[in-house]
Structure formats: C-alpha cells, structure tokens
Design a protein around this ligand. Structure first.
Ligand code: HEC
Ligand code: HEC
Length: 300
C-alpha cells in the first residue's frame, strides 16, 4: 500500500473510532423523563431517554476493544501490530507444518518396493490423494480414463506396466506419435485397413478381408505395431488385436486415426512431484491392476 493510502486508512479508522465515542457520549446526557422541548400537534412531546448505563458501557467497551486490537494486530494502514502477526506468516507456518507431516509420512514409506507399497494401506491412502490432485483431471477419479486418456486400472499397457515403466512414465512423461499415414496411402488401401483393424479380434471376420488387411498391415503398420499387431511398448504403439481402444474404435475411429494420426502426451511430473511422491502414486496405479480398488483403502 502506498503511504498516501496507508495514511488515508489510518485517518478514517481513527476518525471512525473517535466518532463512535463522541456519538455515544453526546447521546448519554440528559435525565430519563426530561422533555427535549419538542412538541407536535399540540400535545405530542419528545422525551429524552438515554441508553441504560450498562448498555452504553458495552458500546464503549467495543470501541476500547477495537482500539486495543489495532495496537496489537495490523489494521491501521501499513502499521503492523505489536505482536507482529500477519495472515501470510500464519499461513506459511501452517503450510510448513503440513509439509513436515507429509515429508514424515513419505519418509516412513521410503525403502519399500512398489509392489509392497501397493498393498500398504497408508501408502495407498497417500497415493490416492496424490492421484486425485495430479492425475484424476486426465485419467478420471476412478483411473479408468476417457477417449485419448488411457485406463490405468486395467492391465493393458501402452508403455509397460512394470513398476519401473510406470515410474518412468510419470517422471519423464511420454509422447506417442502415430503419423497421419493414411495421407500417403490410396483410398483403397485405407479402406482395406478400416475393414480389418477394428475387427482383428472378431473370429467372424470375412477371411478374404482378413488376408487383404494383414497384407496391407504388414506393409504400412507392422513396423510400429508389430507383425502380429500386438503393439510395441517402446513406442507406445497400442495392441490393436484386443478390443481395448485408447481413441475411438470402430471403422470411423480407426479411419480417423489412420488419416490424421494421434499425438497422445503424458506430461512429465519430475518438476511437480518429489521422487517419493512419484513412487507412492506409481504404487497406487500399480495396485489398480493388481487387485486393489480405486479410491482410499477400505472403501468398497
Ligand atoms: C494432461 C493430462 C494428463 C495428466 C495430468 C496425467 N496423465 Fe497420464 N497420460 C496422459 C495421456 C494422454 C497418456 C497416454 C499417452 C499416449 O497417448 O500414448 C497418459 C499415459 C499414462 C500412463 C501410461 C499408461 C500405459 O498404458 O502405459 C500412466 C501410467 C499414466 N499416464 C499415469 C499418470 C499418473 C500417475 C498421473 C499423475 C501423477 C498422470 N498420468 C497424469 C495424460 C495425463
Ligand atoms: C511410426 C509408428 C506407427 C506406425 C507406422 C503406425 N502406427 Fe498406429 N500408432 C502408433 C502409436 C505410437 C500409437 C499411439 C498414439 C497415441 O497414443 O497417441 C498408434 C495408435 C494407433 C491406433 C489407435 C489405437 C487405439 O487403441 O485407439 C490405431 C487404430 C492405429 N495406430 C492403427 C495403425 C494402422 C492401421 C497403421 C498402418 C496404416 C498404423 N497404425 C501405423 C504408431 C504407429
């Protein structure tokens, strides 16, 4: 606050307090039952009825309290109170206390490996909190994901579901790139793939379509998705032979992927979370596909 506004506030505050006192005392004079001398309509008189003493004293006390408060706590412009209290300082102290408690909670879990942490209720509770604050916005509160955001609660992995792979994913992020390959293919070739890829796992698929699709797939797609279509975790290329779709499945979804490509991005968290927090949230995620329920432990 500039000096001008600080003085402005001090003057107004002090004037208000003084004004209150003046008003109280100015109205406390006179005896009960004494006429003020005001008469209307011949016989309507105004009498002076001052506040009862105890009532008046209560008002005076509030003014004294306010003055005392301003001596000890900030309130008069830029003048800090004698106690040196500020809301920022108090918030910082509370934050420090919470941070210390959190550090201690995480330190108590250091040294345990991730599969063990995944079964530990204290770790799961912390992991759930970290997950809700940092991951749920994209992966959903139940970790089941959405179109473009993978389900972390199944055991189907783009980049690998080992403890190390999950830690790596969270720490450094992942950038998947499916090129818009369809732009360089004939409409016929694209159609062949669209008629085959979404139905890979469907035993009822027409044999001729499967054969033509496999042939085209080997030419243009197998380099990343593997000759058997089961994907490649080093690239984040998904398994196309199961019925789990990260993006839209079906003919239209697959056509869109082939024509326009996909660039899913998992952000790096190394500057957001401490290594301990990453291990704990990784163990929470690991637990989801190893028998644990999403949510705090003990919840059905
Ligand atoms: C801004 C959105 C976003 C946030 C926040 C985010 N993720 Fe992701 N995450 C993604 C996307 C998108 C992918 C998939 C990338 C791709 O398409 O290949 C992904 C992938 C992953 C994977 C790999 C899944 C697999 O099948 O291999 C894991 C594990 C993961 N995220 C965990 C987390 C955790 C834990 C957090 C919180 C600390 C988190 N994510 C926060 C968007 C996000
Ligand atoms: C350069 C490597 C590469 C090539 C070549 C490639 N893909 Fe992909 N594909 C990927 C990656 C990586 C992803 C995951 C993209 C993401 O997560 O953002 C992907 C995703 C997909 C998806 C989405 C899967 C889902 O679960 O939603 C489909 C479908 C797909 N590719 C089909 C194909 C077809 C068909 C071809 C051949 C025309 C092909 N891809 C060629 C790397 C490749």
């Amino acid at each position: 606050m500039s000096t001008f506004w600080s003085c402005y506030i001090i003057v107004i505050t002090v004037a208000m307090l003084a004004g209150c006192l003046w008003l109280l005392f100015a109205n406390s004079r006179g005896k009960p039952g004494e006429s003020t001398g005001h008469v209307w309509d011949d016989d309507l008189r105004e009498f002076n009825n001052p506040l009862p003493r105890w009532w008046l004293n209560l008002f005076v006390l509030t003014v004294v309290f306010a003055a005392g408060y301003l001596v000890f706590y900030p309130g008069l412009g830029n003048l800090g109170g004698r106690l040196g209290w500020t809301s920022t300082k108090q918030m910082q102290e509370n934050l420090d206390r919470i941070t210390q408690r959190r550090r201690a909670a995480f330190a108590a879990l250091a040294g345990k490996d991730i599969p063990a942490l995944a079964q530990d209720p204290a770790a799961r509770s912390l992991g759930h909190a970290v997950f809700l604050n940092n991951c749920a916005g994209c992966h959903g509160a139940d970790a089941r994901g959405a179109v473009g955001f993978p389900n972390l609660a199944d055991n189907d992995w783009l980049f690998g579901g080992s403890p190390e792979a999950i830690v790596e994913t969270i720490t450094h992020g992942r950038q998947a790139a499916m090129p818009p390959i369809g732009a360089g293919l004939s409409a016929e070739a694209v159609q062949t793939l669209v008629d085959f890829v979404p139905f890979w796992s469907d035993p009822g698929l027409d044999a001729a379509k499967r054969e033509a699709g496999m042939k085209q797939f080997a030419l243009t797609c197998a380099a990343c998705h593997g000759a058997d279509g089961k994907g490649n975790q080093a690239l984040g290329a998904p398994n196309l032979t199961d019925d789990i779709w990260l993006f839209r499945g079906g003919r239209e979804g697959v056509r869109e992927t082939i024509m326009h490509g996909r660039q899913g991005m998992m952000p790096a968290h190394e500057n957001i979370l401490s290594p301990d927090e990453i291990r704990v949230v990784a163990s929470y995620v690991y637990g989801l596909s190893h028998g644990a329920q999403a949510g705090p432990p003990g919840q059905p």
